[in-house]
Design a protein around this ligand. Structure first.
Ligand SMILES: [Zn+2]
Length: 107
């Protein structure tokens, strides 16, 4: 079980990695490990890399997409993202291919 504090640290590190690679468009971001990330509070009409919850079928935002969807899904590799569903708190574990970019509209 990953602590809340560690998830917060992971989220910050992950966002910094994305920011550092923003100039690398259209390069791929390789996931090499499982990243357990803290949940974010999404803002209306912003774009987020997201995961679909297999339980409630809603899309959960993971981290902001600075390209506003233009970049598509830049993730590759064998690592995974672990995060709680925004809607039902189900534990989500997604591979790189399961990540999509999504414009958030508040429920
Ligand atoms: Zn859910």
């Amino acid at each position: 079980m990953v602590s809340k504090e560690q998830k917060e640290k992971n989220l910050i590190a992950f966002q910094q990695t994305l920011a550092a690679m923003a100039g690398n468009f259209p390069g791929k971001i390789e996931l090499r490990a499982t990243y357990s990330l803290d949940s974010i509070t999404p803002e209306n009409s912003k774009w987020y890399f997201s995961i679909k919850c297999p339980k409630c079928k809603n899309v959960t935002p993971i981290v902001p997409d600075a390209s506003n969807g233009k970049r598509g899904n830049p993730f590759s590799g064998t690592g995974k993202i672990s995060v709680e569903c925004f809607y039902c708190s189900n534990h989500l574990l997604a591979s790189a291919a399961e990540i999509s970019t999504f414009q958030w509209s508040s429920p």
